[in-house]
Design a protein around this ligand. Structure first.
Ligand SMILES: Cc1ncc(COP(=O)(O)O)c(C=O)c1O
Length: 411
């Protein structure tokens, strides 16, 4: 999204620089298209938005308005979903530590995916005390490609996952509703989803999910769908070939169908990056120009503390003004007192002057949640609605630095 310089100047005057801007129209469009493509491949498919990818409440609210369920991995995320009036049966609760949300989630019918023996024992206790059996899912991990995600859930390959399913079915206090897996992030090979979906379908059948139940059960294949602009540093852009969204979904359908999973089983996906990566940019002002190690270098007022993903991916960066013909290449540094505060190297930005504004794109995923106060507070996040007044999306701790709370009266 490109705004005229006058609009961008007005935004920074009002909300300060640097500033995160969520592009509401782009976000809605992407969310809508992804859901459409999912339904075209898998009519029983639903998307639960992975909150941690970008937990700005304005973003989550928009995605719920677009028909997304919530995927929460902690008590604060679960409570945020409830505050936004997401019904419990529209919330997926994942994660190795679910905290106090587990009780309410179980009793009110959220999709709770158990991650460990400890989770299983807690769930059984809670339901026993409640005096009624509650539904749960089992999270599994499985070796696939060279993906390293073995920390979560029960191992499917060792038989632990089937044993956990049996423990649930034998418990008078638990009912097995479904299975969950999340194989990683930014995955370029759609075939991996076919393989993992097929493995889940086999376990689903072996565990007898939905066999004697009015509820036909669910298979949750997690997120991980890659984004074209999220090219990791060191990867040749030519090698970064992202499957079409529909190819991921077709692969999942095919894996489930190959193993004869009934079409009435609900298929849950938990996209994060795919939905929000391109829906947010950072606006940041040039504060100094330098020659560093013989290279043209620019220092801006937003650093890697607020765009930590700059450590591992090359964000597109442009100057907010009419293109100029100059071919000048720049290294872009943030304002922090560390040599590692580099937003990008070798960016064609043309002629630059102090006060110019740069737009860093594709910062919607894993940026705001990981953003740290380091020397500066976290910036404001606003929703750009394509006209009218922008809304502040997530006031939170914006504009306040940890230093400001150190001494009474120092604010
Ligand atoms: C359980 C789970 N679901 C969904 C996601 C979202 O992943 P992505 O942003 O790669 O789609 C994550 C991210 O780590 C996750 O852990």
């Amino acid at each position: 999204m490109r705004l005229p310089l006058s609009d961008v100047e007005a935004l920074l005057d009002e909300f300060g620089s640097p500033l995160f801007v969520v592009w509401e129209k782009e976000l809605r469009h992407k969310a809508h298209r992804v859901l459409q493509k999912l339904r075209a491949e898998i009519p029983n498919g639903v998307c639960a938005y992975s909150y941690k990818t970008n937990p700005v409440l304005g973003v989550c609210t928009i995605l719920h308005q677009e028909g997304y369920l919530a995927e929460a991995v902690s008590t604060p995320e679960y409570r945020a979903a409830r505050r936004m009036e997401v019904a419990p049966n529209q919330i997926v609760l994942n994660g190795p530590y679910k905290g106090s949300a587990m009780q309410e989630a179980l009793i009110t019918g959220a999709l709770v995916n158990l991650d460990s023996e400890a989770d299983l024992a807690d769930a059984e206790d809670i339901c026993h005390q409640h005096g009624e059996a509650c539904g749960v899912g089992i999270r599994v991990n499985t070796a696939i490609g060279d993906l390293p995600w073995s920390k979560f859930g029960f191992s499917l390959d060792s038989g632990d996952a089937l044993a956990a399913c049996r423990r649930v079915t034998q418990s008078p206090w638990l009912r097995l509703r479904g299975l969950h897996v999340h194989i990683g992030t930014n995955i370029l090979d759609a075939e991996l989803y076919r393989i993992v979906a097929a493995r889940l379908a086999v376990l689903f059948r072996d565990a007898g999910i939905g066999r004697d139940d009015a509820d036909s059960g669910y298979v949750d294949c997690g997120g991980g769908f890659a984004v074209e602009d999220a090219i990791p540093i060191g990867v040749d852009p030519e090698e970064w070939r992202v499957p079409r969204t529909e190819d991921y979904f077709a692969a999942i359908r095919s894996g489930l169908c190959d193993e004869g999973l009934e079409p009435d089983v609900t298929v849950v996906l938990e996209p994060g990056r795919l939905i929000v990566a391109n829906a947010m940019s950072l606006l940041t002002r040039v504060v100094a120009l330098k020659t560093i190690d013989g290279r043209r270098s620019v220092i801006v007022d937003g650093g890697v503390n607020i765009v930590p993903s700059a450590h591992y991916m090359k964000h597109p960066i442009r100057v907010v003004r009419a293109d100029d013909p100059s071919e000048n290449i720049w290294d872009v540094y943030g304002p922090l007192c560390t040599q590692y505060d580099v937003l990008s190297v070798g960016v064609r930005l043309g002629t630059l002057a102090k006060g110019d504004i740069l737009q860093v794109d594709c910062v919607g995923a894993y940026t705001i949640g990981f953003a740290a106060q380091f020397a500066y507070p976290r910036p404001a996040v606003i929703l750009w609605r394509g006209g009218g007044r922008p809304r502040v999306a997530n006031p939170g701790d914006v504009g306040r630095h940890v230093c400001q709370g150190l001494h009474p009266g120092w604010n």
